[in-house]
Design a protein. Structure first.
Lengths: 444, 277
């Protein structure tokens, strides 16, 4: 018996020894991110003669493409390859994904390809477009839009949104709007325009001074400060029309201004004067309930802006001697100072992504746009002169800023990417345009 | 009898367990042994003493044949946690960190930037071109063997990775150098072709996608698949695009690899250079 046991032991060891030798190790190479790079993209029209010929305006297809290219350019994600570099003639480009010669696009360095065609049916335009991945020869998205010819810009914006969503994971902001203040009529009235400056329309006729517009989170209302009843007060306007202006400050507060809608839409924060000193308050929107006082100190507290989670608020206070940014914990009512540099910081706007707070600050006698992390680090200048840049407002994806600048003499609205690139003027009135407020994404 | 049988079974079971445990730990059961390339870990091998001679030797190497550069840093024997002696950023900016056995052109076109102390051993070409007048006093082989002795006298294994851990011969180290040069070349190529997405906050999220590749001898990709996803499909997609663009890869070192060369690439969302979003 013992012998047999020993035999088993020996056999077992033999079996172990005959197991495959230790595997050769596989080597792993670490590759760090190269940082931000734009994606090379080609945009080509398919069959322009046969398709576009059906439109009364032969340039319509080109107009749509121009809007599309402008959107892609504003986003900063894409590098549009010049059409001169394309190896294929427009007539050789096939619309069906199976007919696309991907090598011809890969050779010029394109990673993505947009093919589109436009035709008209009566008063309507039909815009069909594909987004293709050149490297993997895959169709990423294929959309067909039908709209009134006059709405061709919206069609291009919609597809630009699709492209950005498909390639970056976050939809673009090309169908958003910007509310702003213009003196076009002589008085300071509120206007709303597309994010790229087109389609502006006036929405107030108060013949007074309206400032500091602020969108409700559903994009249906605007809160703003107006002086039309001699002293400033915060009002809410329904953009769909119908209801009248609604004053939200109550009767108690004088000098009430600078509204900010909480991200859940339940509160409107504002500043109001109490015993000659400006403090922050919030008042419930919709349901009843009393206003709540949020700050209580000897300094002036103004310009609140909520964090995306609604738990904090950035505001301006001169409690340390000159205007600086502070962050208020809404629950505990404790405030901490955020900015220490410069002797004048104001106009804070908390990014919808939560990662940055944009504000204006005085440098060498001029106001410029800055951004800072909510923890007070990474203070970075976004705009540079000439001229003042003020009132920054974040795009819903937290990548672009709208602001006003007097760079060209009078105040105008500009866009800039978060890294300071891609600065672009979007209003061209001879009167002042200021106080931009970027809308949330439209709710479907 | 009954008791004996039970005892035998018990002992046998115990032995089996022991054997399997031993075999598993030996052969890396449950996943192949992973060797991370010690990307920026360097160990200086007495450069201060041999520097002058090496310059001469390097010049000779340049004009004669593509021999492995002697001054390639010897990576630490435990490459899983590389001890970074050169600041990572500097190392990345240094275009000539590759031991240029496969890359003769690089040697001929030295970048104009000054030689950094920490990266001295990485840019022999600069030394070579700067002091071409220095006459070589010793042959390359002599210098190589000296360095070998110096390194050996320091105790410790000097090779890195599985290859050199099994043998300590000169050939292994040559292979090691060739592989490191090759890995550098792959890293450079893939990184150049990679456009990571921007739909995450690099400060809050740290993403990593691991891709497994099998390369044919000519560098073409035979198979590629995501071994470990980052959880962010756009990040994974961007990684696969980079692989597509990099295909064909540089051919693996001739004669040193099996027919199909297996390689892992780990794509990290950091460092994010100058991108605030």
């Amino acid at each position: 018996m013992k012998k047999r046991a020993c035999l088993w032991v020996v056999l077992a060891f033999l079996a172990a020894a005959s197991l495959p030798a230790p595997l050769e190790g596989k080597t792993y190479i670490d590759i760090g991110s190269p940082g931000f790079r734009s994606l090379p993209m080609a945009v080509a029209e398919v069959d322009p003669e046969t398709e576009g010929g059906s439109c009364r305006d032969p340039a319509l297809s080109g107009k749509i493409a121009k809007v599309l290219l402008q959107d892609l350019d504003i986003s900063g994600y894409f590098q549009i390859l010049p059409p001169e570099s394309y190896l294929l003639e427009s007539k050789d480009v096939k619309f069906h994904p199976d007919g696309v010669d991907f090598r011809a696009w890969a050779l010029i360095g394109a990673e993505s390809l947009v093919l589109y065609r436009t035709r008209c049916e009566g008063d309507q335009v039909v815009f069909e477009a594909q987004l293709l991945d050149v490297l993997t020869s895959k169709l990423l998205t294929w959309k067909k839009y039908r709209a009134a010819i006059s709405a061709f810009r919206a069609v291009a914006h919609r597809f630009a949104n699709e492209i950005e969503k498909e390639l970056t994971g976050v939809p673009g902001v090309f169908d958003t709007r910007i509310a702003y203040v213009s003196r076009a009529t002589g008085a300071k009235e509120l206007y709303v325009m597309d994010f790229d400056g087109y389609g502006a329309r006036r929405i107030t006729s108060l013949k007074s001074i309206c400032v500091s517009p602020c969108w409700s989170p559903d994009g249906r209302r605007l809160a703003f400060t107006s002086f039309f009843k001699s002293h400033p007060s915060v009002y809410v306007l329904d953009l769909a029309g119908g209801s009248e202006l609604r004053r939200i400050c109550g009767t108690f507060y004088r000098l009430c201004s600078g509204a900010a809608w909480s991200p859940d839409g339940k509160w409107i924060a504002f500043s109001a004067s109490v015993e000659g000193n400006s403090e922050l308050f919030r008042t419930p929107w919709g349901g009843g309930g009393a206003s709540e006082r949020l700050t209580n100190d000897w300094g002036l507290d103004v310009s609140p802006s909520w964090s995306p989670d609604g738990k904090q608020m950035v505001f301006v206070s001169d409690r340390a001697g000159h205007p600086d940014l502070y962050i208020l914990d809404v629950e505990t009512r404790q405030a901490r100072r955020l900015t220490f540099e410069g002797n004048y910081s104001g106009d804070p706007d908390w990014s919808p992504r939560g990662d940055w707070i944009a504000f204006s600050s005085r440098v060498d006698g001029e106001f410029q746009i800055f951004r800072i992390r909510p923890d007070g680090t990474d203070r970075t200048q976004v705009t540079y002169g000439p001229g003042d840049a003020m009132s920054p407002s974040w795009s819903p994806n937290g990548r672009l800023l709208a602001f006003s600048s007097n760079q060209a003499g009078n105040q105008d609205i500009y866009l800039v990417r978060i890294d300071g690139s891609g600065r672009r003027r979007i209003t061209w009135e001879s009167q002042d345009d200021s106080d931009p407020a970027w809308s949330p994404r439209p709710t479907e | 009898m009954k008791w004996d049988l039970r005892k035998c079974i018990g002992v046998s079971a115990l032995l089996h367990l022991l054997i399997f445990w031993g075999a598993a730990s030996l052969s890396g059961w449950g996943g192949p042994k992973t060797i991370y390339r010690p990307q920026y870990s360097v160990r200086l091998v007495g450069m201060e003493e041999i520097e002058g001679k090496q310059k001469g030797a390097q010049e000779k190497a340049e004009s004669a044949q593509p021999s492995p550069p002697v001054e390639k840093p010897e990576p630490k024997p435990e490459p899983k946690k590389p001890e970074v002696q050169v600041p990572e950023k500097k190392a990345k900016e240094e275009p000539t960190k590759t031991a240029p056995a496969l890359d003769k052109e690089k040697q001929k076109a030295p970048p104009p930037e000054p030689v950094k102390t920490a990266a001295k051993e990485k840019s022999p070409d600069q030394n070579a071109s700067a002091e071409k007048q220095t006459a070589p006093e010793e042959t390359l082989d002599e210098i190589l063997s000296k360095i070998q002795k110096k390194v050996a006298s320091r105790g410790g294994a000097v090779g890195a990775g599985a290859r050199s851990s099994r043998g300590s011969g000169w050939e292994d180290r040559q292979a090691e150098l060739a592989f490191n040069a090759y890995y550098d070349e792959v890293e450079r190529r893939v990184r150049q072709n990679w456009i990571p997405p921007q739909n995450f906050d690099p400060r809050r999220e740290s993403l990593m996608t691991v891709v497994s590749l099998v390369l044919l001898p000519d560098g073409r990709v035979q198979t590629s698949y995501i071994e470990q996803s980052s959880g962010n499909p756009y990040f994974d997609q961007s990684v696969m695009r980079a692989i597509f663009k990099s295909d064909p890869f540089p051919p693996p070192p001739v004669g040193l690899t099996k027919e199909n060369f297996e390689l892992g690439l780990r794509f990290h969302s950091s460092p994010v250079a100058q991108s605030p979003w």
